[in-house]
Design a protein around this ligand. Sequence first.
Ligand code: ADP
Ligand code: MG
Length: 421
Amino acid sequence: MVSFTTICTRLRSIANLKSMRPLLLAALLPLTAAAGGCKDASPRTASVADPQPGAVFATVGEAGDAAAEAIAFTMGTYVQIKAEAASQEQAERALQAALRELDRLSAIVDRFRPDSQVSLINSHAGDQSWVEVSPDIISMLQTARQVAEKSGGAFDPTIAPLVDLWGFVEAAGESGPESDGGQEAASHEGVGKVGPTHIRGHKPPAAASIAQLLPLVSYKDVEIDEAGGRVRLHRPGQALDLGGIAKGYGVHQVARILRQHGVIRALVDLGGNIYALGTKADGSPWRVGIQDPRDPGGIIAVVPVTDAALSTSGDYERYFEYDGVRYSHLLDPHTGWPARDVLSVTVITPDGALGDALSTAAFVLGRDRGLALLESLPDVEGIVVLPDFSVRITSGLAGKVEVVGRGRLDSGTTPAGGEEE
Ligand code: ADP
Ligand code: MG
């Protein structure tokens, strides 16, 4: 049992909480049970189950009064931050600053906010005019271009027209098709949507419509004027969607701000993009559970993480089924169709934005080319879950990943404990 103060200033209604990822729901149950706990600013104690299904299952440690926890809705998803500093006040100030940063980012990257910088870039597509943007957008676009190049275009930040055609975004809106359990999906806010969401009554678009839009998807048409801090899209109809990278950038910024505010250890979960700052109180790494792609409450692997981001792209976050086939929100920019080779890809790397984009890229590339890409990059590790629940890992994780539940480590890779350092 660990003592936290809970900051939930912008926690939305209980109804909204129901649509959040089960991972956070588990953590939130004690909060919702304490009716009015969020209005009452007095410190309270939240018990953090260990292990916590589908999530980070380590506590901040014997932190006593120097730890604080925040839960909020931002960037179209829920964020949960637990942080420890020299004092509780310091930890709380750090959390407030982190939440402000996420709100700031959400306002500039959300392509459904007409006044966001991404919307502005999209609305000027093809008209030659440059749009002045913040260094954050430049940085995300640079990382996006780097990952697009390295993945042969499997990651492409101009995927927006296809995402819209497939309706993965429309479905999140108020008038969209039903999602699982009749839960309300989040409104058109943010760069990613609250999931997991099984969209009902959807079918793939006509092949002719896909073929028509496919040529618009081309990362090479994103012009970045680094010195001038300006961006433009080359052709009319093109549009940016930073949903595959912005949350990773967000957790990275949160980690930076927490450190600036004197936080010594923290766990950040921004809609499945995790950052593990420092170590547990006993000096051992955080242990992060990777969700079983077919069981929202289950874990398929456990991995130690310290001072790094962990990002997962899975076919269970947002999808629909048609004629017995699952179509997920992760689209192959070369075909215009959802990628279907693997169930999930998790990337662990110190750079959150890079990890986020790489998890999407590796998912689209599939088991062989995806793992090969991750293997080729320094300071990047990955875990791929295949449809038969076998788990493949990059060589740097050999002996470190514990495969649990129905998962089984693919032959050829080394199980935990099999190769001690
Ligand atoms: P999630 O946001 O569900 O956690 P990802 O980080 O993998 O998962 O991002 C998925 C989002 O990225 C999609 O909702 C869509 O906005 C965008 N996207 C889909 N396919 C691609 C792609 N091939 N390249 C870049 N972005 C993509
Ligand atoms: Mg991603």
